[in-house]
Write a protein that binds this ligand. Structure first.
Ligand SMILES: C=C(O[C@H]1C=CC=C(C(=O)O)[C@@H]1O)C(=O)O
Length: 452
């Protein structure tokens, strides 16, 4: 052991040591879980102090924090993701409690253009954290998870857990660094040209919808503080789900309004979200924007494409119910057309299997799906990484929630790479789509303090 010891007052070092010896003797590899008291009350602050971890605050207000890695699965493609899902139940036999949450996500595309930005993120990864903390209306609960195999020495394990406790107890500075500048990739002019190319492709071919994305990079004097950003995201976007996935010191985070799918006790919930107007400056103006959105033929078509694909995909598995007409979801910067969809699963389909069937919906890809993805790969000129992919968590019985990773940014060192995309239809107007991408980017840029 080095200078610090693992949660001394909680007797964790003794418990880990005993369990390590027992596991080493009995099994080639196994998990051990131990309930502890939460060492923190503010779950947004500890991520800054660790290299790997995750934080999710659902739009219902529950918060989940995972620090460090007990075990991580790095998956290179969709078929590996599906096999991982099938192996889930074996983890219970290896000692994990059935309600253990595994958090992770996956990239928008399985064959992205090469680009160093997303090096720390595999196509997909899923993590059981070393220390897990849950905060709900009922209070806090926390749990240590240890994965023991014959390759790791007890000292290595104890040092790792000591480091996690140490970093949680000593949060880093919460100052917001100065913004040095921001830059659009591609330039705004080049992006509108690409939107025009997409419009031409939609008018001349068999594609009916394409979602085109862009990136804006904001650079700071020092690394931005994750705790601050998460708090600001929550404050300005209370009805969204806030997420952060930190991998090897790089963090992908955002405030997404879009649920890809949730499954609880065979009941599924999903939504179509597509079609956008800006928030009005006055209450009257805001109502006018909602009226315009509901009566916009282009937005209704853009939205209907998403509803159709989701219902076509899920109908074989569930009896679906939804409102007859889209409703409006109002966020801090935009209004969206929104159709909540739910149903009872007929088949015993898991969260992840359904999520991989749905992804990418035409809210982030296009229609028809394969042709749209092919077009984007050729002409979008952007490695989206995990932007517009899936992020979320599941338990070992296949319950959980996955969100579409929108209104998001990748933070690497002193730069935040922020992403936004827009559904393009035959009758889209490029300048109007550029403005829409700006409204969507505001969720992240405001939280980063770029507009202060
Ligand atoms: C692709 C994004 O938004 C999707 C979700 C809601 C509305 C959308 C739209 O109106 O274009 C997009 O389909 C994004 O925020 O980057």
């Amino acid at each position: 052991m080095n200078t610090h010891s693992v949660g001394t007052e909680l007797n964790i070092e003794r418990v880990l040591t005993e369990r390590y010896k027992q596991c080493q003797a009995d099994y080639p590899s196994c998990f051990y879980q131990h309930d502890v008291q939460s060492p923190v009350s503010d779950l947004t602050t500890p991520l800054d102090a660790v290299k790997d971890g995750w934080y999710i605050r659902t739009n219902g207000g529950d918060e989940f924090l995972g620090l460090g890695i007990a075990k991580q699965w790095k998956l290179p493609n969709v078929s590996a993701l599906r096999s991982f899902d099938r192996e889930r139940l074996n983890l219970i036999e290896m000692g994990l409690r059935p309600n253990t949450l595994i958090a992770g996500g996956w990239s928008f595309s399985s064959s992205p253009s090469p680009d160093h930005l997303w090096d720390a993120f595999s196509f997909s990864h899923w993590t059981v954290p070393a220390l897990f903390i849950r905060k709900t209306a009922n209070g806090y609960s926390a749990q240590l998870t240890l994965f023991i195999d014959r390759h790791q020495s007890l000292n290595e394990i104890l040092d790792y857990y000591a480091g996690i406790f140490d970093s949680v107890m000593h949060p880093v500075s919460t100052c917001s660094p100065k913004v040095l500048g921001s830059q659009s990739y591609p330039s705004a002019q080049e992006w509108t040209k690409r939107v025009d190319d997409a419009i031409s492709a939609l008018r001349s071919g068999h594609l009916s919808k394409l979602v085109l994305a862009r990136r804006v990079d904001a650079t700071f004097a020092t690394s931005p503080n994750l705790g601050n950003i998460l708090k600001r995201l929550q404050h300005h976007n209370p009805s969204t789900t806030i997420f952060a996935i930190k991998s090897q010191g790089h963090t992908f985070l955002g405030a997404t309004p879009e649920r890809l799918i949730a499954v609880h006790n065979h009941h599924l919930r999903t939504m179509a979200l597509a079609g956008t107007m800006p928030r009005g400056k006055t209450a009257e103006d805001d109502r006018a924007q909602i009226t315009d959105l509901l009566s916009s033929e282009k937005d209704q078509r853009e939205h209907a494409t998403v509803v159709k694909r989701i219902t076509d995909t899920l109908s074989p598995y569930a009896n679906l119910t939804m409102p007859k007409r889209p409703q409006v979801l109002t966020l801090s910067n935009v209004h969206h057309l929104w159709t909540p969809i739910e149903g009872q699963l007929r088949e015993n389909a898991s969260l992840l299997s359904l999520a991989t069937l749905l992804h990418p919906t035409p809210a982030v890809g296009g229609e028809p799906r394969e042709a749209a993805i092919e077009w984007l790969q050729k002409y979008e000129g952007l490695n989206r990484g995990w932007y517009a992919g899936g992020v979320g968590f599941m338990d070992l019985q296949g319950n959980g929630s996955i969100w579409v990773a929108l209104r998001s940014a990748l933070i690497r060192d002193r730069t935040a790479h922020c992403y936004a995309g827009c559904g393009i239809m035959q009758d889209s107007i490029a300048e109007r789509e550029l403005a829409e991408s700006e409204w969507k980017l505001q969720a992240m840029l405001n939280a980063l303090g770029v507009n202060d």
